[in-house]
Write a protein that binds this ligand. Structure first.
Ligand code: MN
Length: 354
């Protein structure tokens, strides 16, 4: 197991790289290039510069989050061939710089969705929340709200130039149902997994966030059966999962612990996002502090499900609240994520020494 934290790079992240290395137990950072348009090849020199910067700070960068998938691949347009060829080349380029795992998602239009970026908790900390009443608004209203409440940061998957095209994109997805999206995912995997096997990289799909349809868009990474289908679509260890406990648990029907156990046993969880969420009612929730007592997940059981079933991948606390007056990119402050690291490593040590 290797503990990591997400770092948005020298331009996008105001947290100095060195600070991540000062969090006890953190061995690496999870990074990405943010100045390459989705669908284009990640150039070797830029990758090398990014990975090199982490190494200079004494940190590994063996996980990339994310190399995003062009919508033409998800929609299944003829132009996907060019974008898939680019993706294959990006995999080769990343492998050459020592990258082992590529996190990605296959969600149409949006990479994730919350309805409140500054949800105030009784202790004065701020977190992100999702409440269905807010998503029952029109698409335009929700988009505007996200744009106006992100504390000045462009959120991953929510780049302004994409948001402007949101309506066009919706129209392009009108004939893409779950079955079609699944076919397009299988098409993509059949093309990239052999390249991954050749160069020693593992793909790790992130579950849909939230794990059910929003705005009528198709969804194919929602639950145990979806993950099983994906693993079987190309039966290779290189075709794996980023198991995000928060995203999976956003649907209370999902049994997070048995999913963690099963896919750890099957050697398909290469990267784990571990966070706790507090269900408010039905499917409404906020992202709570990591410890069990603050949320709806039993975090000891989460760590035990990974550990006892042979999980040997990368792990990171997913998001953190804003505490101690910190401001910045919602979900990605330093302090609460660092507390999460310490807590998760404490659980891991206890479980592994028993
Ligand atoms: Mn996640």
């Amino acid at each position: 197991m290797q503990m990591t934290m997400r770092w948005f790079g020298p331009k996008e992240d105001k947290i100095p790289l060195q600070y991540f290395g000062q969090v006890p137990g953190v061995e690496g950072v999870v990074g990405a290039l943010y100045d390459v348009p989705v669908g284009e090849v990640w150039p070797t020199d830029k990758i090398e510069a990014l990975v090199g910067e982490a190494r200079q700070a004494g940190l590994s960068m063996e996980v990339i989050e994310s190399v995003n998938i062009h919508d033409d691949i998800k929609i299944g347009l003829p132009s996907r061939d060019r974008y898939i060829a680019n993706y294959q080349q990006t995999i080769r380029n990343l492998a050459a710089s020592g990258v082992k795992v590529i996190c990605y998602n296959f969600m149409p239009v949006f990479d994730w969705m919350k309805t409140d970026m500054n949800y105030l908790l009784p202790d004065g900390s701020l977190t992100m929340a999702f409440e269905k009443k807010d998503i029952d608004k029109s698409l335009e209203e929700v988009v505007n709200e996200v744009m106006n409440n992100s504390n000045g940061f462009a959120l991953p998957g929510w780049e302004p130039e994409r948001l402007a095209k949101v309506q066009d994109l919706f129209a392009q997805y009108k004939d893409v149902d779950d079955e079609k999206l699944r076919e397009n995912l299988a098409w993509f995997l059949k093309a990239v997994i052999p390249v991954c096997e050749e160069v020693g990289v593992k793909m790790a799909i992130h579950p849909d966030d939230p794990p059910y349809s929003i705005f009528g868009l198709p969804r194919v990474v929602k639950n145990r059966d979806d993950l099983d289908w994906i693993c079987n679509a190309v039966d290779s260890e290189a075709n794996g999962i980023t198991l995000c406990t928060g995203s999976i648990a956003e649907d209370p029907a999902n049994d997070v612990y048995s999913i963690l156990a099963e896919f750890s046993r099957r050697k398909r969880i290469h990267f784990a996002h571990v966070r706790n969420i507090k269900i408010i009612q039905d499917k409404d929730f906020y992202e709570s502090a990591h410890p069990t007592q603050y949320g709806s997940l039993d975090m000891l059981k989460v760590i035990k499900s990974l550990h006892d079933n042979g999980f040997d991948g990368y792990i990171r606390p997913d998001h953190g609240r804003f505490i101690w007056g910190e401001t910045g990119r919602p979900g990605y402050g330093l302090y609460d994520r660092a507390l999460g690291v310490t807590y998760l490593l404490g659980l891991w040590e206890a479980v592994s020494r028993q």
